[in-house]
Design a protein around this ligand. Structure first.
Ligand code: CND
Ligand code: ZN
Ligand code: ZN
Length: 374
């Protein structure tokens, strides 16, 4: 029986408030309105950004359905949708591409005005498509993938190769694309260069994969958890260090290790201290440092402007700098052509019901990416 045009009742993991465990609930998912798409989610990864919402350090309205690293199949489309149809394999995009705003029009921009950085959690008409126990439930970042069905706007959907395996392709929704793009698209790492990556989670390891594919000759991984080092080396780190093993500031350690030649640094933790450490660690004249870690809510940074005066470049990127609808299908094609391997990033695969277990693995530092199957 077709579900088109009807409310779908299904399972979703609802966050009712800060630091409350994910609660698997029956939710009602309304049909897509004009220019919207309803997607059956098949697989979704767990990213630290979802945990930031749980911890209250990233803006969101509650109750909310988070999750932003998913892959699924279009179930139905609203009026006016022309770029996807039922049955298409798709990735929901936390960074939309409307194609009309100033970022979308500029060849170097990607921060589409339709991105929801302030956690409003509603679609264009100001309402939500999720209801639980008679109460509206908010969307998250134009995606909401911790649910069997979600509704997103057409501008937040990338159609990908229908043969892509969802349990891997979901990582294109955030972790892999964000990290890999930070290196190849935003920093534009050059062959033979030296790179340093602060934070060796799923996003940081993807940065390392990007540095490697760009031809960097030295890639130094930095983490407080030495259990992350083996995996970092598997994906391309040439060496790994723990700042706690040194008494000197980490920028001095890196300068000595490399004869003062660190061309690129990446902050992939999301802490103010590591943002400054990463900036100070790139070469004072020609170095580039990229902020990839999500800035903590309402926190300010002070720094010595001499760090920039000498010539360093400091930048950041959302979703690796990619233009989401254009570039993600191409990245998936590269994956299907075996240009890179996502298997090292996926440490755990769990059924959707075990979502809290998946988050525990992340919090204990025991997982890179846990993929939940719906
Ligand atoms: P995850 O938590 O898996 O990795 C972070 C790593 O940093 C862990 O291995 C920690 O041990 C390590 N770490 C913690 N403190 C320090 C420290 N002081 N020095 C060195 N290492 C440390 O997170 P993830 O890889 O899923 O995400 C990383 C960040 O990227 C996080 O802030 C997330 O919110 C952000 C992000 C950004 C974007 C974007 O578009 N820019 C998209 N998704 C996620
Ligand atoms: Zn736009
Ligand atoms: Zn993410």
């Amino acid at each position: 029986m077709s579900t088109t045009g009807k409310v779908i009742k299904c399972k979703a993991a609802v966050l009712w408030g800060v630091k409350q465990p994910f609660s698997i609930e029956e939710v009602e998912v309304a049909p897509p309105k004009a220019y919207e798409v309803r997607i059956k989610i098949l697989a979704t990864g767990i990213c630290r950004t979802d945990d930031h919402v749980y911890n209250g350090v990233m803006a969101a309205n509650f109750p909310v359905i988070v999750g932003h690293e998913g892959c699924g199949v279009v179930e139905s489309t609203g009026k006016g949708v022309t770029t996807v149809k039922p049955g298409d394999m798709v990735i929901p995009l936390f960074l939309p591409q409307c194609g009309k705003c100033s970022s979308c029009i500029n060849p170097n921009g990607n921060l589409c005005v339709k991105i929801d950085l302030t956690g409003k959690g509603v679609l264009s008409d100001g309402t939500t498509r999720f209801t639980c126990k008679g109460q509206p439930v908010y969307h998250f970042s134009n995606t909401s993938t911790f649910t069997e069905y979600t509704v997103v706007e057409e501008t937040s959907v990338a159609k990908i190769d229908s043969a892509a395996p969802p349990e891997k392709a979901c990582l294109f929704g955030c972790g892999f694309s964000t990290g890999y793009g930070a290196a190849v698209k935003t920093a534009k790492v050059t062959p033979g260069s030296t790179c340093a990556v602060f934070g060796l989670g799923g996003v940081g390891l993807s940065v390392i994969m990007g540095c490697k594919s760009a031809g960097a000759s030295r890639i130094i991984g930095i983490d407080l958890n030495k259990d992350k080092f083996d995996k970092a080396k598997t994906v391309g780190a040439t060496e790994c260090i723990n700042p706690r093993d040194y008494t000197k500031p980490i920028n001095e350690v890196l300068r000595e290790m490399t004869d003062d030649s660190v061309g690129y640094t990446f902050e992939v933790v999301g802490r103010l201290e590591t943002m400054i450490d990463a900036l100070a660690s790139c070469h004072e004249s020609y170095g580039t440092s990229v902020v990839v870690g999500a800035p903590p809510l309402s926190k300010m940074l002070t720094y010595d402007p001499m760090l920039l005066f000498t010539g360093r470049t400091w930048k950041g990127c959302v979703f690796g700098g990619w233009k989401s609808r254009d570039d993600i299908p191409k990245l998936v094609s590269d994956f299907m052509a075996k240009k890179f391997d996502l298997d090292p990033l996926i440490t755990d695969v769990l059924s959707f019901n075990k979502i809290n277990e998946g988050f525990d693995l992340l919090r204990k530092g025991e997982s890179i990416r846990t993929v939940l199957l719906l």
